[in-house]
Design a protein around this ligand. Structure first.
Ligand code: FES
Ligand code: FE2
Length: 358
């Protein structure tokens, strides 16, 4: 159901408030798959409502094209890869990475391809174990996270967590300090210590920087994942970088050599759908089986999903007047201001911003 629409004086429909701008978001890198899930068969992904086919060419590099054959609209992700070409499953037309159709087998001379026979081609790269796509010219490079490319760190992946909300809701949940004792008691927070410590947010370009020393739950026997000692109420130092629009780099420390990096990136699948990818690096407990952290993340994200999917609207309203913000919501406030300042969220006539689908 479309929410909160009204008619302007000129009779056109306007969406009140401000939401993520689906057009502006095309000019940024977004994760679309774990690299390991893209092997020798094409794979489908959705990005900002655009259906994509992902595939690997002869050089092993990932490619992204629109998942729609120009002939009859068939999903090319149902086809296959032949050398450096993607083959449509319906009539065997063959496409190159640049989107040009290279051959139409039904023609006596299959290479006499009309110029119109092409599909969309998009920027695509693989880094940190993820395939990234930009539908337009990306305004910023990917964040630099040397720990994730350092052989002495152990890496674990979790997700993708597919939620019925926009990517901004998923990102905000990750950055929200106030909910830890309530949604994750005993795992990420201590209900007896619910006060959010003071913190300042510094905005530089498209990156918010902030850090916090906060009380946390002790490691549990079920999930001994963190680097703190078991005894006493532990304190954790968390240094955050929120790279707009939807990527978070969180570095955790406990005052010693032990370090952990949480890398979280949310895929804006559609205006009201997201998929969260998690990559966790650590320089301790190197032998710990992956499933310990993975089961912990599945538990945490499962607790969050129920709450976040209940939020209305399904998208973060970037107008500060739309929700009630208190001092400890400083990150949410800075995020909303920066998203608007960079044009990644805007108030615009209905249909041009990502309002929930009918
Ligand atoms: S629909 Fe793709 S080749 Fe005909
Ligand atoms: Fe949470």
């Amino acid at each position: 159901m479309l929410r909160g629409r009204d008619s302007g004086k000129d009779g056109t429909m306007h969406a009140p408030g401000a939401f993520a701008d689906m057009v502006a978001l095309r000019e940024a890198w977004h994760p679309v798959a774990f690299g390991r899930d893209l092997a020798d068969r094409p794979v489908h992904a959705d990005l900002l409502g655009q259906p994509l086919v992902l595939w690997r060419g002869q050089d092993g590099q990932p490619r992204a094209n629109s998942d729609l054959c120009v002939h009859r609209g068939t999903a090319l992700s149902l086809g296959w890869v032949n050398g450096d070409e993607l083959v449509c499953p319906y009539h065997g037309w063959r496409y190159r990475a640049d989107g040009r159709c290279a051959a139409i087998p039904q023609l006596e001379d299959p290479s006499r391809v009309p110029a119109k026979a092409r599909i969309g081609a998009f920027g695509c790269q693989e880094r940190y174990g993820l395939v990234w796509v930009a539908l337009g010219e990306p305004r910023w490079p990917l964040p630099e996270v040397p720990e994730l490319e350092d052989d002495t760190w152990a890496l674990v992946t979790a997700g993708p967590y597919r939620w019925r909300c926009d990517a901004a809701r998923q990102v905000e949940n990750f950055t929200d300090f106030g909910h830890f004792p309530w949604v994750h008691p005993g795992l990420l927070g201590d209900p007896d210590r619910p006060v959010v410590p003071r913190h300042e947010v510094r905005t530089e370009g498209n990156v918010l920087h902030y850090s916090i020393v906060r009380p946390e739950a002790a490691n549990t026997e079920d999930f001994p994942v963190f680097g703190n000692e078991q005894a006493g109420p532990p304190e954790r130092r968390s240094r955050y970088e929120l790279h707009l629009p939807y990527t978070i780099v969180l570095r955790l420390g406990w005052g010693g050599e032990r370090g952990m990096v949480y890398f979280f990136a949310s895929q804006p699948v559609a205006a009201d759908r997201s998929a969260g990818y998690v990559i966790i690096g650590r320089n301790y407990n190197l032998e710990q089986p992956d499933r310990v952290i993975q089961e912990f993340e599945d538990t945490i994200f499962g607790q969050d999903q129920v709450v976040v999917e209940s939020q209305r609207p399904e998208q973060v309203p970037f107008d500060l007047a739309a929700e009630l913000h208190l001092k400890f919501d400083a990150v949410a406030v800075a995020y909303r201001k920066a998203m608007r300042a960079l044009g990644l969220a805007s108030s615009a006539p209905a249909g041009t911003v990502g309002a929930p689908r009918a």
